[in-house]
Design a binder for this molecule. Sequence first.
Ligand code: GAR
Length: 195
Amino acid sequence: MTRKRVGILISGRGSNMSTLIEAARSPDYPAEIVGVLSNRAAAPGLATAAAEGIATASLAQSKFPTRDMFEDVMTQTLESWDVDIVCLAGFMRILGDDFVHHWAGRMINIHPSLLPLYKGLHTHERALADGARVHGCTVHFVTPGLDEGAAILQAEVPVLPGDTADSLAARVLIEEHRIYPEALRLLASGKIAAP
Ligand code: GAR
């Protein structure tokens, strides 16, 4: 088995990144994590990845004259790691069309809602404000429209009486950590492809 080479983009904590690293420890997992790139040098996930012996890089968009130039350097960095698949794991920047087209069919994202519900930010607060009884998360292919690409896996959680955004986020995060490694397994093993 040739394992697919995966680069992960993060902006912060990196708990989803850690679950992908953990899954890839298994020799029969069809992907290996070869690099982690953050748009924030202070992202705690960078230190976690470095401690695992994984290559890391941080690139601040503010240091580049345009978003396209920033994203070109992101692509160069990922290609210097010979990446086959890009996983967005709490990467909190909207990506431009050129970058998205470059990685089309090879880039997936985890989003904390049952897409197409609650695209964008503050998903847990919005689900609570709506009185939703069910909430969850989605792994999907990345396309130019924000959080619009085809879903690969979803998981539901109940919204419970007394839930706060934090308690709901914690319940959803458990499911994120379960479905993200599974979705990457499906893509890396060729069992699914972008429509
Ligand atoms: C996760 O809940 C992820 O779904 C969300 O950010 C969190 C990152 O946590 N992503 C988005 O909201 C993307 N729009 P992590 O850094 O611990 O994985």
